[in-house]
Design a protein around this ligand. Structure first.
Ligand code: PG9
Length: 631
């Protein structure tokens, strides 16, 4: 008789489930241990450890996550360590095949861990007066691991994508001596400047469902709900992002309150920007930053951190960068194509095998294994990998070419004359320009194009009357740009606030015989938004004087792209990108999160053609490289 049957009360039913089920795992090639690791303040963090059964002197690869350690290793309980590592951050062809001890830990306050969760918990300092932060939690975890895993060589690496890339950055503050490498992949670095929450002051309204699910409960149980299929309707009917959040009860959530209270780039955001903090800290541990050229969530962080650290003395020995043609985290998977864009080889595999694997092995296993180049970058358009010492500087000081707006919707390398006049469009918040065609199916919705949207054809938008579209002649030679394009847009509005979205686009030839659906395709190679009230100061917004030309200068995300012969360069300018970003009422109000419906008004936008251009890092071509326009 089993123990369970014995427990059955007379005449009752024996429970099916044992108090603790033991997996019959003796044939598996790894051993799994679930432990609670104590932190210095007594909080215990839930940690899953997978140890290859044959491990001896094996290095440890740690990930710290708010997305559930159990979730990341439990897709299929199988005999092979690599088979259960299908989730976020897990790259079995590097981690399991490399013989690493794999450690995944829930950050404090999420899933199996004790303590309280704070979204992107600030480091100790002005925003965190306690004795603990993510750097101390990493330190305490590493200390425990090296003393409790006799199979290890006591060398630890930390790796992760996005939020888990953020935790990989936090490990770099006062690092544990056993931390030998960090690999922040697509890390969240500055939530206001250009990662998950805002871009240059425009709020990413479609972050609301993430905040709702992630920050309402420890187990992320209540899921976002919507009464309309099309997110366009959800957010348009909701009026402002603040009102949409409040309609879901989000004012109960601390981080939502912080967002409502800090719409500008004040100390709250500046003091938690990891690039700024790390620049002060210096880089004591070899670090491989990984950036995706079409990252739909964190397109800012890795590059900002690279530029910030490049100026520090330790960068020469410790700083590495890999960037490729991926979406958010795409480098961890098969990456031969992104949406319709074909790279003709699995660029994810290339990254993992040629860059990540030797980088980890050099520092964690055997220093004689050659390191990858300091910067390895994929150049789109020509589809080639390049090793370079550095990216060009952020500003265009030299070696740059300006793409000047021209009357008649053209683009040229020389400025338009003083009489070029203005180009106009009406931006109406009642009919905002969407970022993908309707119905807008956002992240997580069945059939959502979220993961590939940055590569989607922009043709639908160039035809809209409220999108100003300028196109160059057909290129007769390749034209390669590198680094961050810098927008200089001079514009007037009849309103007192407004947004400016600028997209730099590669227009494919009318016919592409080897991939017919690419005929005339408009591929965004770099694009971003600036909320006009921040044109002079990110911290102190000011109204836009109506009907007065103003300069809107901002950087676009890094590109490393060749416009091929037969292609054309296109620039699109528009004043909404909805509902990815909340609508600007176009009437100045103190806090757009609280803007009443009556503030949302159409505005006429007039672009000063002669004084608008984009600087790109590219030598100016010696002669004319555009074919004559067809009559
Ligand atoms: N982009 C997500 C995120 C990072 C950091 C904060 C909030 C969200 C992520 O994929 O983890």
């Amino acid at each position: 008789m089993t123990a369970l049957a014995q427990e059955a009360p007379p005449g009752g039913i024996a429970p099916d489930m044992p108090d603790k089920f033991e997996v019959a795992d003796s044939s598996f090639d790894y051993v799994r241990k679930d432990v609670m690791i104590p932190m210095r303040d007594g909080t215990k963090l839930y940690t899953v450890i997978l140890i290859p059964r044959a491990a001896h002197d094996a290095p440890i690869l740690l990930t710290r996550t708010p997305y559930s350690a159990d979730h990341m290793v439990s897709y299929a309980y199988s005999g092979h360590m690599g088979s259960i590592m299908e989730g976020y951050d897990n790259m079995p062809d590097v981690i399991a095949d490399g013989g690493y001890i794999r450690v995944i830990q829930d950050v404090r306050g999420k899933h199996g861990s004790e303590g309280h969760y704070v979204m992107a918990r600030p480091m100790r300092g002005p925003l965190n007066g306690t004795q603990v932060d993510y750097s101390t939690d990493t330190w305490d975890t590493i200390e425990w691991l090296i003393h409790n895993l006799p199979q290890s060589n006591r060398k630890v690496g930390i790796i992760g994508i996005s939020y888990d890339g953020y935790t990989a950055l936090t490990a770099l503050f006062h690092p544990h001596p056993a931390l030998k490498v960090s690999v922040p992949m697509n890390p969240m670095v500055d939530g206001w400047m250009g990662d998950d929450w805002f871009h240059n002051g425009a709020f990413r309204e479609e972050s609301l469902p993430y905040i709702y699910t992630q920050d309402a409960t420890r187990k992320s149980m209540p899921k976002w709900w919507a009464s309309q299929y099309d997110a366009y309707d959800v957010y348009l009917n909701g009026v402002s992002a603040g009102m949409v959040g409040k309609s879901r009860g989000m004012e109960q959530i601390g981080f939502f309150q912080q967002i409502l209270a800090h719409p500008s780039y004040d100390a709250y955001w500046q003091d938690q920007a990891m690039d700024k903090l790390l620049q002060k800290e210096g880089l004591k541990v070899p670090t491989l930053l990984v950036h995706s050229l079409w990252d739909q969530e964190d397109i800012y962080g890795a590059i900002a951190t690279y530029y910030a650290l490049r100026q520090t003395p330790s960068a020469a020995s410790n700083l590495y960068l890999a960037m490729g043609p991926w979406n958010h985290g795409g480098e961890a998977k098969e990456a031969g194509m992104l949406g319709d864009i074909d790279f003709h080889a699995d660029t994810g595999l290339y990254f993992r095998k040629k860059i990540l694997e030797p980088f980890l092995a050099h520092y964690l296993k055997d220093a004689s294994i050659p390191l990858p180049a300091r910067v390895t970058a994929f150049r789109t358009g020509e589809n080639v990998w390049e090793s370079e010492n550095a990216l060009p500087s952020q500003e265009c000081a030299s070696g740059c070419t300006s793409l000047h707006f021209q009357p008649g919707h053209g683009i040229a390398f020389t400025p338009a004359g003083a009489n070029a006049g203005t180009q106009q469009y009406v931006s109406d918040p009642a009919h905002p320009v969407t970022y993908i065609p309707r119905p807008v199916l956002t992240k997580g919705a069945t059939g959502s194009p979220w993961a590939k949207w940055l590569t989607m054809d922009q043709r639908n938008f160039s035809a809209r009357p409220d999108v100003l579209t300028m196109t160059s002649g057909v290129l007769t030679q390749p034209f390669t740009i590198k680094g961050q394009p810098v927008v200089h847009l001079t514009a007037a509005t009849t309103g007192t606030d407004g947004d400016f979205v600028v997209k730099l686009i590669d227009v494919y030839p009318d016919e592409v015989p080897e991939q017919r659906e690419m005929g005339g395709y408009q591929l965004m190679v770099s694009a971003d938004i600036l909320r006009g009230r921040y044109r002079k100061s990110l911290e102190h917004p000011e109204p836009i004087p109506a009907n007065t030309q103003q300069l809107y200068k901002f950087n676009l995300p890094v590109a490393n792209h060749t416009f091929l012969p037969g292609h054309r360069i296109m620039i699109q300018v528009q004043s909404s990108w909805f509902p990815l970003y909340d609508r600007n009422p176009q009437t100045y109000v103190d806090n757009i999160f609280l803007a009443p419906a009556s503030a949302y008004k159409p505005a006429q936008i007039s672009i000063d053609v002669a004084n608008s251009w984009i600087d790109v890092h590219a030598p100016t071509p010696a002669g004319n490289i555009f074919a004559p326009q067809k009559p």
